[in-house]
Design a protein around this ligand. Structure first.
Ligand code: FES
Ligand code: FES
Length: 152
């Protein structure tokens, strides 16, 4: 099938089979390998991207169904200037091996956009679908609260 994805403000024209996931389309066809493949089953959150500002698991989304503006980790920085959430993650050391980090950052941006999860406990609840095997969770919560404070 021919499909056009709107990724990070660019139209990407792909010819793909209908069963191809958005995750594979992004990584293997668009060359955007910042979005990570952890479980490929909707359980780890490593593949989280935003579609029209809402968090989705790219591994559970068919590329042909991905309507709207897709934002991946590559679409956040403006040149050399990091997105405030990326900067907060660096500042709070919210990453160790970094494998889960793109999904964590995309999810964090999504939850701030949703306008809830103001307490640390709520942030933990909202981020519970993103698994970090290195255990950087407390620094991730700090980073999200730092970014929230700066965007308020
Ligand atoms: S790779 Fe999609 S949730 Fe794990
Ligand atoms: S930083 Fe290693 S999995 Fe999260």
């Amino acid at each position: 099938m021919d499909v056009t994805l709107n990724v990070n403000g660019e139209a990407r024209h792909l010819r793909i089979e209908p069963r191809v996931s958005l995750l594979d389309a992004l990584r293997e066809r668009c060359g955007l390998t910042g979005t990570k493949k952890g479980c490929d089953h909707g359980q780890c959150g490593a593949c989280t991207v935003l579609i029209d500002g809402r968090r989705v698991h790219a591994c559970l989304t068919l590329a042909v169904m991905a309507r709207g503006k897709i934002t991946t980790i590559e679409g956040l920085a403006r040149g050399e200037q990091l997105h405030p959430m990326q900067a907060a993650f660096v500042e709070c050391d919210g990453l160790q091996c970094g494998y889960c980090t793109p999904g964590q950052i995309m999810s964090a941006i999504g939850l701030l956009g949703e306008g809830h999860a103001k307490s640390d406990d709520e942030v933990r609840e909202e981020m519970s679908g993103n698994i970090c095997r290195c255990g950087a969770y407390s620094n991730i919560v700090s980073a999200i609260q730092l970014a929230r404070g700066r965007s308020a």
